[in-house]
Design a protein around this ligand. Structure first.
Ligand SMILES: C[S@@+](CC[C@H](N)C(=O)[O-])C[C@H]1O[C@@H](n2cnc3c(N)ncnc32)[C@H](O)[C@@H]1O
Length: 186
C-alpha cells in the first residue's frame, strides 16, 4: 500500500508539469502586455546568455525583464552593460531594488515602460521571452533599429520572419520542464 502511495506521489509532477511554452501560453496577459509574467529558470538564463555569446562590456537588453534576473546575471556574471524594460510597477521596483542591493547600479538598470517604445540601436544582444504576438510586434522595431551583427536570443517562441542561426533544446531545466532557445543574427 505504501509503495502504491509513493508511486502516485512520484508520478504527480510529471502529470502536472507542462513544457514551458504550453505553461506560459495557458496564462492570460493583461491589457497592453505582450506576455504574462513567467520567469525563466536561472539555469536557462545562463544558457540564453551563453548562446548569445555575451562578452564583458557589451550592451544587452532584456525586453520584458520581469524580476530582472537576466539583466542581473548579464551584469554580474558576464560583466555586460545590461538594461531591462518592464511595464509592471512592482516587477520594475523589485528588480531595481535587487540591482541596488547587489551594488550593480553602474552596469545594470531597468527602464519602467513599454518595450515597444524604446531605442535598441546600441544593443549587441537582445533577449526576449514573449508570446508569439509579442515577437511579431517587436520584429519590425528590431529590424529597423539593430546594428549589423547584433544577436537576438528568443526563449520558447521563434521569430517566424527570421531564420535562426542556431537553436537549442533543453530537455530538463532541473525542475522537469523543457525549453527551446533560438539565436538570430542581424
Ligand atoms: C514571460 S515574462 C519574462 C520575464 C523575464 N524576461 C524572464 O525571462 O525571466 C514577460 C515579461 O514581459 C513583461 N511585459 C509584457 N508586455 C510588456 C510591454 N509592452 N512592455 C514592457 N514589459 C512587458 C511582463 O510584465 C513580464 O514581466
Amino acid at each position: 500500500m505504501r509503495i502504491v502511495a509513493l508511486l502516485l506521489v512520484l508520478s504527480i509532477p510529471s502529470l502536472i508539469l507542462l513544457p514551458a511554452p504550453q505553461a506560459i501560453q495557458g496564462q492570460q496577459p493583461k491589457d497592453d502586455q505582450l506576455a504574462p509574467y513567467y520567469p525563466t529558470p536561472q539555469t536557462v538564463v545562463d544558457r540564453m546568455l551563453q548562446l548569445g555569446g555575451l562578452k564583458a562590456g557589451e550592451k544587452m537588453f532584456d525586453l520584458g525583464s520581469g524580476d530582472g534576473r537576466i539583466v542581473i546575471m548579464a551584469a554580474q556574471k558576464y560583466k555586460a552593460d545590461a538594461t531591462g524594460v518592464e511595464l509592471n510597477d512592482s516587477l520594475h521596483r523589485q528588480s531595481m531594488d535587487r540591482i541596488k542591493t547587489l551594488g550593480l547600479g553602474s552596469t545594470a538598470r531597468v527602464i519602467h515602460g513599454d518595450l515597444l517604445q524604446q531605442d535598441y540601436s546600441s544593443a549587441d544582444l537582445i533577449t526576449v521571452y514573449l508570446l508569439p504576438v509579442g515577437n511579431e510586434l517587436v520584429t519590425p522595431i528590431l529590424e529597423k533599429q539593430l546594428k549589423k551583427g547584433a544577436r537576438i536570443v528568443a526563449h520558447d517562441f521563434e521569430f517566424t520572419a527570421w531564420k535562426p542561426v542556431q537553436s537549442l533544446a533543453i530537455d530538463d531545466d532541473g525542475e522537469g520542464r523543457s525549453h527551446h532557445l533560438y539565436l538570430y543574427r542581424r
